[in-house]
Design a protein around this ligand. Structure first.
Ligand SMILES: Cc1cc2nc3c(=O)[nH]c(=O)nc-3n(C[C@H](O)[C@H](O)[C@H](O)COP(=O)(O)OP(=O)(O)OC[C@H]3O[C@@H](n4cnc5c(N)ncnc54)[C@H](O)[C@@H]3O)c2cc1C
Length: 374
C-alpha cells in the first residue's frame, strides 16, 4: 500500500514524486518502459522563463527554475548553461523585444545594441538589429539529468516500477498486468499517450500530439555562452507573440520565411558540456505523426542556424524525433475522481514548468504546504 501512485516517469511524473517526498508521503512511480524515453529526455533541457505565456506558465516556470536550481546539486545534475540570448535579425523583431523588455515579464532582462552583442558573443550572423539577454534561464542535459533524477528520487524514498503498464485506474488502485498497485491517491502523468488512460478526457480537451525534428551538431570551437533564439521564436513563444508588436513581425515572416512557418520551424541552439550543439526544432501536429525524419525540415532548421549564427552548419552527429501532448491551453489538469488527478503539460514547456505544476497539484490534493510560500 502506497500513499500515492504516480503513472509516468517523465518530468511531470518525477516532479510529482519529488513533491510527495517533500511532504513525507510514500510514492510509487509506475512506468510502462524500462526507463524514461519519452519527451523528457528528448528535449533541450531548457528551463525557459522569458517568453513563457503571461501569468500561469510564467509563474510556474519561475518556480520550477528555482526548484531545479535547488535540487540539481543534490541530485548530481549539472547546470550546463544559464541565461538566454534572443537576437533580432529584423527591425520588426527588435520592436517585439523592446515591447517585451518594457513589460513586467522583462524585469532583469536587458536589451543589447548590435555592437554590444558582437563584442560579447561569438557566432552572430550579419543581419542583426540588437538582442535581448535574459538571466532567468538554466539548462540541464536531459538525457543524463532525467536518469539521475530517477536515481536520486529512488534513494530518497520513491519506489519505481518500470516495465509496468497502467491498464486502468480503479478507485485509487492502479491495475497493471502484474497486478493491482494499491494507494490512497493517484496522479496520472502519461504525456502524449492519448489512448490508454482517460482517452475521453484527452479528446474532450482537444489534445493532439506535436512532433519535433532535433539534431546534435559537432562542436563549433567556441563557447555559445548561453542558449540562443531568433526572430521565428518571437511569433511562437506566447510571452513575445502576445505583444501587439508581433503582428507586424508575423506579416514580415509570412512573406520572407513562409516555408519555415509552414513546418513550425524556429531556432533554439544550446550547447552541451563537450561543446556540441543541440539544435531544433519544428512542429507537426496530429494524433499519429509519421515516424519518418524529414531532411527537408532539417535543411530549413540549418538554414536558420546559418542565418542567425553566421557560420556554416557543422556536421550532424545525431538526429531524433520527439513528440509532446499539445492543446490550446498549456496545461490539462483534471480530477476524474476525488483522489485522482490527470496532469498533462499540453505545450512544449514541461521541462520549464513541471515542478511548479506538481506543487499546485499537491496543494489541491493535500492542502497548501506553508513551507512552499514564496
Ligand atoms: C524535442 C522536444 C524538445 C522540447 N524542448 C523543451 C525545452 O527545451 N523546454 C521545455 O520546457 N520543454 C521542452 N519540451 C517539452 C517537454 O519535453 C514536455 O512538455 C515534457 O517532457 C512532458 O513530460 P511528460 O512527463 O508529460 O511526458 P514524457 O516524458 O513523454 O513521459 C510520459 C511517460 O508516461 C509513460 N506512460 C504513458 N502511459 C503510460 C501507462 N499507461 N502506464 C505506464 N506508463 C505510461 C510513458 O512511457 C512516458 O515515459 C520539448 C519536447 C520535445 C519532444
Amino acid at each position: 500500500m502506497y500513499d500515492i501512485a504516480i503513472i509516468g516517469s517523465g518530468i511531470v511524473g518525477l516532479a510529482h514524486a519529488l513533491m510527495a517526498v517533500r511532504r513525507g508521503l510514500r510514492p510509487v512511480v509506475i512506468e510502462r518502459q524500462a526507463a524514461p524515453i519519452g519527451a523528457s529526455i528528448r528535449n533541450f533541457g531548457f528551463v525557459t522563463v522569458t517568453g513563457q505565456g503571461e501569468t500561469d506558465t510564467w509563474r510556474r516556470a519561475r518556480r520550477s527554475r528555482d526548484i531545479w536550481a535547488d535540487i540539481a546539486p543534490q541530485a548530481g545534475i549539472e547546470i550546463v548553461q544559464r541565461g538566454l540570448l534572443v537576437t533580432a535579425q529584423r527591425p520588426e523583431a527588435m520592436q517585439v523585444l523592446e515591447a517585451f523588455a518594457a513589460h513586467e515579464m522583462g524585469a532583469a532582462c536587458h536589451l543589447l545594441t548590435p555592437q554590444a552583442v558582437r563584442e560579447t558573443y561569438t557566432g552572430i550572423g550579419p543581419a542583426l538589429e540588437g538582442a535581448l539577454y535574459s538571466p532567468h534561464e538554466l539548462r540541464v542535459e536531459s538525457r543524463t539529468a532525467i536518469p539521475r533524477l530517477v536515481q536520486w528520487l529512488a534513494q530518497n524514498g520513491v519506489t519505481f516500477r518500470f516495465e509496468t503498464a497502467a491498464l486502468t485506474v480503479d478507485g485509487t488502485d492502479v491495475v497493471t498486468p502484474q497486478g493491482r498497485v494499491r494507494s490512497d491517491a493517484v496522479i496520472v502523468c502519461p504525456g502524449d499517450d492519448l489512448t490508454q488512460l482517460y482517452p475521453d478526457l484527452y479528446a474532450r480537451q482537444g489534445v493532439t500530439r506535436s512532433q519535433l525534428h532535433m539534431m546534435r551538431l559537432a562542436a563549433p570551437g567556441f563557447d555559445l555562452v548561453c542558449p540562443r533564439m531568433s526572430d521565428l521564436s518571437l511569433v511562437r513563444y506566447r510571452g513575445y507573440a502576445e505583444r501587439p508588436e508581433s503582428a507586424t513581425l508575423s506579416a514580415v515572416l509570412e512573406r520572407e520565411q513562409k516555408a519555415h512557418l509552414d513546418k513550425g520551424v524556429h531556432l533554439i541552439v544550446t550547447q552541451s558540456a563537450d561543446g556540441s550543439l543541440i539544435v531544433g526544432d519544428s512542429h507537426h501536429y496530429g494524433r499519429a505523426p509519421e515516424p519518418f525524419y524529414d531532411v527537408t525540415v532539417e535543411a530549413l532548421i540549418l538554414e536558420e542556424f546559418q542565418r542567425v549564427l553566421g557560420i556554416e552548419p557543422l556536421p550532424v552527429i545525431e538526429r531524433w524525433l520527439g513528440t509532446y501532448a499539445s492543446a490550446s491551453e498549456d496545461l490539462m489538469r483534471l480530477s476524474p475522481s476525488e483522489r485522482v488527478r490527470l496532469v498533462v503539460v499540453t505545450s512544449g514547456t514541461g521541462a520549464s514548468t513541471s515542478f511548479g505544476i506538481a506543487e499546485e497539484t499537491f496543494n489541491d490534493l493535500y492542502g497548501k504546504d506553508p513551507s512552499h510560500d514564496h
